[in-house]
Ligand binder design. Structure first.
Ligand code: BTN
Length: 336
């Protein structure tokens, strides 16, 4: 395995003892390099946005709030059986965890590859949109799955992830309250009427088998508001799990909670044991909604229920029959 760079080693040491000061000499001795190399590494880390206090005189300490992703820490919080299902890889930055999972699907022939990043430079949303994925305030995760499923059943993966995501968010921030996270059919999580999380499931079809060759479930969480504010396009809908800064360790805890909840549900599919919870958290049921089709046409309707196929049961304005909507290219807007 490639030896970690001096910068990586300095970061690991300081992060393991956040808040404690290390002199340049101590770091240099521990890593086996010169003090100048340590000093350069510290400067690089600061440029990348890490809050490292101190100087050559008093030594260096990483801020207590620093919240890095660590595979060992995530695994430590998972039961053995769940640990064995996933192969977790963490990134500081990546174009898109979904795209990377797609690339890695060529070599990774099993399922459970889980890629987690602190930032995405080309995060993908539904319907060809981008997903705003800044560093420091979010968490972006994809899982490569190989379920024995027909394409139309892939919606179960998205809805399973929505329930798992909602439960994990409430575990990580108990202050938001039990059942406070709602799901907007089919793939968005809301807290206090703001979107805090989005899910994008992509797949490849095996034409011979007429089934999914693989599916990639990607989920992105807004943990806290970005320091520079939300981009204008999403300002009115975007929110975050925490109102301000989130406690250190949040990212690792959210990953492990989500992976555990998702595993429990995924292992039972195609049995949709989580359907009741999905419905209970459903924000659309009982509301007037606006249905938007891929070509931009919109229709008014009333949402009544979600059926066992996770389709939304609606009545279009002016009609008497109930219709079932599949996710595909349709999206809905809630009329509050
Ligand atoms: C949406 O709200 O439209 C769906 C957003 C899905 C974002 C996640 S973040 C992890 C994964 N990687 C991506 O590029 N997109 C998904």
């Amino acid at each position: 395995m490639k030896k970690p760079s001096v910068k990586e080693q300095v970061k690991t040491i300081l992060h393991q003892q956040r808040g404690s000061y290390y002199s340049g000499q101590e770091l240099a001795e521990q890593i086996g390099v010169s003090r100048t190399a340590v000093w350069k590494a510290i400067n690089c880390l600061r440029q990348e946005g890490y809050e490292i206090c101190g100087s050559t005189k008093i030594g260096y300490a990483m801020s207590l709030d620093t919240d890095l992703l660590e595979v060992d820490e995530i695994c430590r919080q998972l039961p053995k059986q769940v640990q064995d299902f996933y192969q977790i890889k963490c990134f500081e930055t990546i174009d898109s965890t979904n795209e990377e999972a797609k690339r890695q699907s060529k070599e990774f022939l099993g399922e459970g590859l889980c890629l987690v990043s602190m930032e995405q430079t080309a995060g993908k949303g539904r319907r060809g949109r981008t997903f705003y994925s800044p560093s420091h305030t979010g968490l972006y995760l994809s899982i490569l799955l190989r379920p024995d499923m027909k394409v139309e059943e892939a919606v179960f993966i998205t809805t399973a992830a929505a329930v798992a995501g909602a439960k994990a968010c409430e575990t990580v921030n108990p202050q938001c309250g039990k059942n406070s996270i709602g799901i907007k059919w089919v793939n968005d999580l809301y807290l206090n009427q703001k979107k805090i999380c989005g899910i994008l499931t992509e797949g490849a079809l095996s034409l011979e088998a007429g089934k999914l060759e693989y599916a990639i479930m990607g989920i992105g969480f807004n943990l806290s508001p970005p320091k520079e504010g939300w981009p204008q396009e999403i300002e009115s809908i975007a929110g975050s799990l925490f109102e301000k800064e989130y406690p250190s360790g949040t990212r690792n805890k959210l990953v492990s909670s989500f992976l555990m909840e998702f595993y429990e549900i995924y292992k039972q599919l195609p049995q949709v044991a989580y359907l009741e919870e999905y419905k209970r958290r459903q924000l659309a049921i009982g509301k007037d909604i606006l249905i938007q089709e891929a070509d931009g046409k919109t229709y008014k309707a009333h949402a009544y229920d979600v059926n066992e196929k996770c389709q939304l049961m609606v009545q279009y304005e002016g009609q008497t029959e109930l219709q079932s909507l599949s996710t595909g290219e349709i999206s809905i807007r809630l009329n509050n």
